[in-house]
Design a protein around this ligand. Structure first.
Ligand code: C5P
Length: 236
């Protein structure tokens, strides 16, 4: 983890492969890990993933699988065959589903990281209550984190607000991937709570996912480098 680029994941939340390629070219050597999520994957399919990998980039395939164990395991096998480095499943799919996913990954590519999505950052305590989950978001994150780690997941996706609680509760040897990060000094727009890359890393995140601050920047490479510098300052 000495190279901060191992900790920065650029989210290609874009409508086409052409738009994605433009960003990847503009970022250049300033990042090598890209998130392909449901928008780009739905628009372009696995080709965009194969092309990124063929060009030497690492891919975080964020399709948040959530189905019966056999179906999720089969999808994870296909993701492993595509050559992605990280894949997401919903922890709320349950222990059997998580176990099936991690075993499927290991059977094709033991270094594929299976990450469990805990609680979506868009959900509040009140939303969870309406879903029949009583208590605080953080408690549910810790509960799902425990389930994920007990079933072989290599890490979790969680907000930086929960990262330190996860670090305190469990051992150190798992990844925490944190979205919703805004570089220091960046426009916050209408966001109420923003976490900087430095704060996310200090809270225990191993990886940060950054989308629009890089993809919509006039100079995406310069923006990525500024974020890398922030990561290095904390991780040093
Ligand atoms: O906001 P930004 O463009 O950096 O988002 C990058 C990724 O982080 C998105 O793909 C989204 O899935 C995720 N995200 C999130 N929670 C937020 C904001 C973004 O999970 N509050």
């Amino acid at each position: 983890m000495n190279d901060p680029r191992q900790r920065l994941i650029v989210a290609l939340d874009l409508p086409s492969a052409v738009a994605a390629q433009k960003i990847v070219a503009a970022v250049g050597d300033s990042a090598f890990c890209y998130k392909v999520g449901m928008q780009l994957y739905t628009a372009e399919g696995p080709r965009v993933v194969r092309d990124l990998i063929a060009s030497g980039r690492r891919v975080f395939l964020d399709l948040k699988y959530h189905d019966i164990p056999n179906t999720v395991a089969s999808a994870v096998c296909e993701a492993a065959r595509l050559g992605v480095s990280m894949v997401t499943v919903h922890a709320s799919g349950g222990g059997k589903m998580l176990r099936a996913a991690t075993e499927a990954a290991a059977s094709v590519n033991p270094s594929l990281m299976v990450l469990a999505v805990t609680v979506l950052t868009s959900l509040t305590d009140n939303d969870l209550d309406k879903l029949g989950v009583h208590g605080r978001v953080q408690d549910q994150v810790l509960r799902l984190g425990a389930l994920a780690l007990a079933n072989g997941c290599h890490g979790v996706v969680a907000s930086a607000r929960e990262a330190s609680a996860l670090r305190n509760e469990f051992e150190d040897n798992f990844a925490i991937v944190t979205p919703g990060v805004r570089p220091a000094g960046a426009a916050h727009g209408d966001q109420m709570r923003v976490v900087t890359p430095a704060e996310a890393i200090a809270a225990g995140a191993t990886h940060i996912v950054v989308g629009r601050p890089i993809t919509e920047a006039p100079d995406p490479a310069a923006e990525a480098r500024a974020i890398l510098a922030e990561i290095s300052a904390v991780a040093a």
